[in-house]
Design a protein around this ligand. Sequence first.
Ligand code: SF4
Ligand code: SF4
Length: 91
Amino acid sequence: MDPDSKLALDAFKNDEEPHISIRQEICKGCAQKYCLYICPGGLYSINEETGELLNEYTGCLECSSCRVSCPYGALEWNYPRGGFGVQYRYG
Ligand code: SF4
Ligand code: SF4
């Protein structure tokens, strides 16, 4: 089974409260934008109109790669509250 098919098996219970927050003032000055490339879920993108960094936290796999990859400390990252977040299923 390919990785995308395995990821599609995962279930998410979404919290209204984002567990990742972005300090846009830092991201504005970041040329590398590592987070766009490191996230296995492809959850980061740039708003073409405003230039802001976006994160689709509801699909987060809780791998923490984005936090580790950001050299500027622009991400505040916590696990989702109890009962929320990803539920891994293996097929
Ligand atoms: S989160 Fe970090 S790596 Fe991503 S755009 Fe912001 S400063 Fe750059
Ligand atoms: S924790 Fe992992 S899956 Fe979640 S946004 Fe960061 S890199 Fe993407």
